[in-house]
Design a protein around this ligand. Structure first.
Ligand SMILES: O=C(O)CCC(=O)C(=O)O
Length: 260
């Protein structure tokens, strides 16, 4: 990657708490196979023989969240371990090492209205099995074009500088009520940015950055896979036996996708 592009991506991630790689990062055939993999997984067809770690199939009335999609589908695994993703993740975060520790297919059906909402939250609220927020982030890969009508993710610019507030709820659908309960530092602004992406584009966000998403009013599902990652700076809580940190030594479950 060109040095000035890397620098810009890194600066934006540090300043805003998120970065949009708003062009397809993957070869066409890798992306197309992953989309086919998603279509299989959402109907309960797992070519690896390994089911997702939660019991969820596609339901057109609500947001569909299928955990550990990379274990259930060979083609989704290939997408997540494609070298472009590791290189971008390292460029954006400045990491020497990037490891995947979880993934989720997130499919928002058209017409699902508030049942497709994701409430304002910081990912750290759900990731307390890591000692600190440092070095924890998400790469959200668009598997379909994400337009303003499709219920894109929206980030609150610079909110990662607010520290861990532990206020918000991924599963809440009333954005205004959730926002009212978030005590941002005095003098700061709430500035939202939509993450519009073509299929194959990726947004990266820090685990302290506030984000949410609204209804899909388009005609087609909004499809994505969210990939939770850590750099060399993130350490699990010692002695914690939570599912997500119990497989870190298993390279098939938690592949290292960049090592500089
Ligand atoms: O897909 C969405 O709308 C929200 C995803 C999310 O909260 C995440 O990837 O951290």
């Amino acid at each position: 990657m060109e040095a000035d592009r890397v620098l810009l991506a890194r600066q934006q991630f540090e300043t805003d708490g998120f970065f949009l790689a708003a062009q397809p990062l993957f070869p066409d055939h890798v992306l197309a196979s992953a989309v086919a993999g998603m279509d299989a997984v959402k109907t309960g067809d797992f070519d690896t023989g390994v089911p997702p770690s939660n019991d969820a199939l596609y339901d057109p009335s609500r947001l569909c969240k299928i955990n550990d999609a990379h274990l259930a589908s060979t083609c989704i695994y290939r997408l997540l371990t494609n070298e472009a993703l590791g290189e971008w993740a390292a460029a954006v975060t400045g990491a020497r090492m990037v490891q995947i520790w979880a993934s989720q297919l997130l499919i928002k059906p058209p017409g699902s209205e508030a049942a497709g909402h994701v409430g304002w939250h910081q990912d750290r609220q759900y990731w307390k099995f890591w000692r600190q927020p440092l070095g924890l982030f998400t790469a959200w890969i668009a598997l379909s074009d994400v337009t303003a009508e499709s219920g894109p993710m929206r980030f609150v610019r610079r909110s990662h500088h607010w520290g861990f507030l532990d206020q918000g709820d991924f599963f809440g659908s009333d954005h205004e009520a959730l926002k009212a309960d978030i005590q941002m530092p005095t003098g700061d602004n709430w500035e939202e940015a939509d993450a519009l992406l073509p299929a194959g584009g990726v947004s990266f966000h820090d685990c302290l950055t506030y984000h949410s998403s609204g209804a899909n009013t388009s005609e087609t599902p909004r499809c994505s896979v969210a990939v939770h990652m850590r750099t060399q700076e993130a350490e699990p809580v010692s002695g914690d036996t939570s599912y997500y940190i119990s497989h870190l030594d298993d390279s098939a479950h938690c592949p290292v996708i960049y090592s500089g």
